[in-house]
Ligand binder design. Structure first.
Ligand SMILES: NC(=O)C1=CN([C@@H]2O[C@H](COP(=O)(O)OP(=O)(O)OC[C@H]3O[C@@H](n4cnc5c(N)ncnc54)[C@H](O)[C@@H]3O)[C@@H](O)[C@H]2O)C=CC1
Length: 406
């Protein structure tokens, strides 16, 4: 595991993409010296990165057994999330605007776990004890003070945002499955009806937990912009070893009730930007692309959009007819789809070749959705075609670190 975070974050499911500050940046609440100490601790514990989350959670559950019930039975994914969130906070510690924004999103999202103010103290205490354990001699009184300050800044932002959020929306929504349709052998289109209004923007994603794996949260993308009847349709692939996705595809039935967390992510087309858009979607990432495009229609956006879609099989492109129809109605939309050779599923060469035949895209914004390897490979093609990194937009499941910047 590489023990560092990047901006935009690598794989932190709860992160939103930091934006440049619109006004003079406020002074950091953590001093320069404290920032150095916090970052030096990260460097010191890096060799033990793989052991750190397990140590932390063992300590947390020993000292505060009452919080165990907020977490899933199996903790692997959760452990990874903790580390990523922590790294993101360390990364943003000298950037108060974006730190506040990141922590506020995190705090709002933590309501779904049942997090309350008292939990922040428990987590902070165990986090510092964990860092002290792994940092060894690098952990001094001054370092402990620096971490206490940095943690308090983050925890207060999370807590405050959660308290504000609770004033105007629920922590979770119960949603009954009203439609379940298999679209390919491991792919299902699942429609749910939330028990209360569920506003979101096309392009956002949603966390979900199921009755089969309580408190195990996974992220799925609505395949459309918000509907008047409040129903939401997700495209879910049962991935190997994916407990929640397999339950949803193979076990779930109409009438079952799942729980949704608040909508997340800020992937959205700016209706006021004049830039043309290139959009790349692979597999279930088509849900996100489609939702973005529907949102653009609703917003009255007239930005030219070129959509490139890659799928494993023709069967998986079942929803493309609608998009082609949309393209016939709206001259600004062009759709190009490729199907991978079944023997080389996921290689994506066809999709990348198709893209490379078009371009360059010197004036474009790019939106990418789908498997991380696709996002990275497509970003590379787009960068070669003239799109700078800051105009490549994607959800925070992947780090574009891997993109060749040369
Ligand atoms: N908002 C987002 O970014 C979304 C991301 N996802 C992610 O997508 C993944 C699931 O995708 P699947 O449907 O299983 O996709 P998949 O593995 O079936 O791939 C779909 C297509 O993407 C292209 N592709 C895949 N890897 C590529 C590569 N290395 N280079 C070039 N093209 C490549 C190919 O055309 C392939 O047929 C999950 O990791 C999920 O989290 C899913 C929905 C939304």
């Amino acid at each position: 595991m590489k023990f560092r975070a990047t901006r935009p974050t690598g794989g932190l499911a709860l992160a939103t993409r930091p934006q440049p500050a619109q006004h003079a940046a406020p002074e950091p609440l953590v001093t320069k010296r404290q920032i150095e100490l916090v970052r030096a601790t990260v460097a010191a514990v890096e060799p033990c990165a793989a052991d750190l989350p397990r140590f932390f959670y063992t300590l947390l559950f020993e000292r505060h057994p009452q919080v165990r019930e907020l977490f899933p039975i199996r903790m692997e994914v959760q452990q990874d999330r903790l580390l990523r969130a922590l790294l993101m906070i360390v990364d943003l510690v000298d950037d108060p605007d974006n730190l506040a924004r990141f922590c506020s999103d995190l705090g709002r999202d933590h309501r779904k776990f049942g997090t309350v103010t008292a939990h922040y103290g428990a987590v902070g205490e165990c986090l510092l004890a964990t860092l002290a354990h792994f940092a060894g001699p690098a952990w001094t009184l001054e370092t402990a003070e620096a971490w206490t300050t940095a943690y308090n800044v983050a925890a207060q932002a999370m807590d405050q945002a959660a308290i504000e959020d609770a004033k105007h929306r629920p922590a979770v929504w119960q949603a009954q499955i009203t439609g379940h349709r298999r679209r390919a052998h491991n792919l299902a289109e699942i429609t749910v009806q939330p028990d209360q209004a569920y506003p979101y923007r096309g392009g956002q994603f949603v966390s979900m937990t199921t009755p089969w794996w309580p408190r195990t949260w996974r992220y799925y993308s609505p395949a459309h912009a918000a509907r008047r009847d409040n129903s939401i349709t997700f495209l879910v692939r049962a991935v190997t070893g994916g407990r929640v996705s397999n339950a949803l595809v193979r076990q779930a039935e109409t009438g079952d009730v799942v729980t949704l967390g608040p909508p997340l992510g800020d992937l959205a087309l700016d209706p006021h930007s004049p830039r043309p858009v290139v959009c790349v979607a692979g597999g279930t990432g088509l849900a996100t692309a489609r939702a973005l495009i529907e949102q653009a229609v609703l917003d009255g956006t007239r930005r030219p959009i070129d959509l490139y879609v890659g799928a494993r099989t023709l069967e998986e492109l079942y929803s493309l007819d609608d998009l082609h129809q949309l393209a016939r109605r709206h001259g600004w939309l062009a759709v190009r789809a490729t199907v991978a050779d079944e023997l080389t599923t996921g290689s994506g060469a066809q999709l990348l070749n198709t893209m490379a035949q078009h371009g360059p895209w010197p004036e474009h914004d790019a939106y990418l959705a789908g498997p991380a390897s696709l996002v990275v490979a497509a970003a590379r093609v787009l960068q070669r075609g003239g799109i700078p990194l800051e105009r490549l937009h994607h959800d925070p499941f992947v780090s574009l670190d891997q993109v060749d910047h040369s």
